[in-house]
Design a protein around this ligand. Structure first.
Ligand SMILES: [Zn+2]
Length: 502
């Protein structure tokens, strides 16, 4: 069995596509979970792209142990140096540099000759190699490149010191047999390829990213790149959880062994969805809400008689506990702690105390508390690094067709303040009152509300996306059995984050 290295680019290729601005606390939270999942490499960002990205990569490099921390860089010497500045404190730093190699990218985007591309590629790898031994080279749009030119670029960058070469299908154009054939050809024909790790990086434009990645692995690649939940440019990147579980389910078919704790998959998926605000479709493979549900009578009957009739993966393997436990207001602190631990949340001391108070409040409102409610409860976290903001009270009065007045009270850094505002409908009025309280002007780009779990007492889960000036989107999330209160919590959460940035 060959070792398969898992390279996660949720924070680089994933984040860059969403137009959202994750703060460094959020990126660190995702990084820590990726370490628990067992990924080998975390691509933390693109340091030369902005001072904010530089700082996030630097802090992830400083704090994260147990995985390679990688920064992306174009094949430009200043970018390579900047990338090194951000990652040099890491326990295991890697520079990922590269350039496009397909005719359309070389002629039309880069406006360079192939010889100039080759020169820039070699110079970038040599520059990176001055800083660090672990250097990955990417040949952007490799799948649509001229094979012989690709081989030359790979040979020369390997000679220059690249230790990993990445052969992406940047635009998601390949089919599994073609992509597997290309990787096989590279393994056979590129001089020096046996000395390096061959990496694959696929996109999902034709829905084939997972299939193409598996074909690349079968053909000899030892590193797979992708994101959690498949988030990324356009139709997304390869879903790492799909590749991992395809290999797990058909052990031996691919001849590789990743070092992943599959029981962390569900928790990682939920965390990335919560922090990025990108919902996971119910029918999504492995991590969708319906991935292990059996609706038809014939299927239910089959699964009850023998699980494997209709289920190829035991849900517990991906971290979904089998036994359904319903908690209520009579459940003690210990019961809550125990169930949260089974769901992947280890809480102690003050954190547990706060969670227990919110749990009791919730149990008073809706009697039966399901796992989905607990996930929602844990999903709504206080904002780090921006002072303390607690929503104390929301009261709304409506009059006539659409006019409403909202009075909102918050505890801001220990001071309780109240303000009121009018608006078109209750949610608008509440949002305006919160803006007045926090003294923060933002543009609301998106607002959505969905119900968590079941019944008419189900929790409302509100997500807002706001922008301050030219900033990226900032996400706020709030839950409550009252939809107005859920919306208020989400908006206050987003504005508190916006205040922390500006
Ligand atoms: Zn990509």
């Amino acid at each position: 069995m060959r070792r398969l290295y898992v390279f996660d680019t949720t924070l680089r290729d994933g984040e860059q596509s969403l137009g959202i601005t994750l703060n460094v606390h959020e990126k660190l939270e995702i990084s820590r979970q990726l370490v628990r999942l067992g990924v080998d490499i975390i691509e933390a960002g693109f340091p030369a792209s902005s001072p904010g990205d530089f700082e996030s990569v630097r802090q992830i490099a400083a704090e994260i142990k147990g995985a390679v921390v990688c920064g992306l860089s174009r094949a430009v010497e200043e970018d390579v140096d900047r990338c090194w500045e951000a990652i040099k404190v890491a326990e295991q730093p890697r520079i990922h540099t590269g350039i496009a190699v397909s005719p359309v990218h070389v002629d039309k985007k880069l406006l360079m000759t192939p010889e100039q591309v080759l020169e820039a590629a070699v110079a970038a790898v040599k520059r990176a190699k001055k800083h660090v031994s672990d250097v990955e080279f990417y040949a952007e749009d490799a799948f649509r490149s001229d094979r012989h030119f690709l081989a030359r670029v790979l040979e020369e960058t390997i000679k220059a010191g690249a230790t990993v070469v990445n052969i992406p299908d940047t635009v998601g154009y390949a089919t599994p047999w073609e992509y597997g054939e290309l990787i096989g050809w590279v393994m056979e024909n590129v001089k020096g390829i046996e000395r390096v790790i061959v990496s694959i990086h696929c996109h999902n434009d034709l829905g084939m990213a997972t299939a193409n990645s598996l074909a690349g692995i079968k053909a000899g690649a030892s590193q797979v790149e992708g994101t959690i939940n498949g988030i990324g440019e356009r139709a997304g990147n390869t879903s790492l959880e799909e590749v991992i579980m395809a290999i797990y389910t058909q052990k031996g078919r691919y001849g590789v062994q990743p070092s992943i704790d599959t029981r962390e998959i569900a928790a990682t998926s939920r965390l990335v969805s919560r922090i990025t605000g990108v919902p996971v479709p119910a029918h999504k493979a492995i991590v969708g809400a319906n991935a292990f549900m059996h609706a038809s009578g014939i299927h239910q009957d089959g699964v009850l008689k023998e699980r494997t009739t209709y289920e190829i993966i035991d849900p517990e393997v991906v971290g979904i506990p089998k036994n359904k436990i319903v908690l209520s207001a009579r459940s003690g602190r210990h019961a809550l702690r125990h169930r949260l631990a089974e769901l992947g949340y280890e809480l102690e001391g003050e954190e547990l105390g706060i969670a227990y108070e919110r749990f009791l409040h919730l149990a008073d409102q809706k009697q039966e508390v399901y796992d989905e409610d607990l996930h929602a409860l844990m999903g709504e976290k206080p904002v780090n690094g921006s002072g303390r903001l607690v929503l104390k009270n929301v009261a709304v009065a409506t009059s006539g067709q659409s006019q409403a007045t909202a009075t909102v009270t918050v505890d801001l850094d220990g001071t309780v303040i109240t303000d009121a505002a009018c608006g078109n409908g209750p949610v608008d009025a509440v949002f305006k009152a919160i803006e007045r309280l926090l003294g923060c002007k933002v543009t609301l780009e998106d607002y959505s509300l969905r119900s968590v779990s079941r019944g008419k007492e189900a929790l409302g889960d509100a997500t807002v996306k706001v922008r301050v000036g030219e900033s990226g989107l900032i996400i706020g999330r709030g839950i409550s059995t009252d939809v107005i209160e859920a919306s208020a919590r989400a908006y206050a959460n987003a504005l508190a984050k916006a205040r922390a940035i500006h």
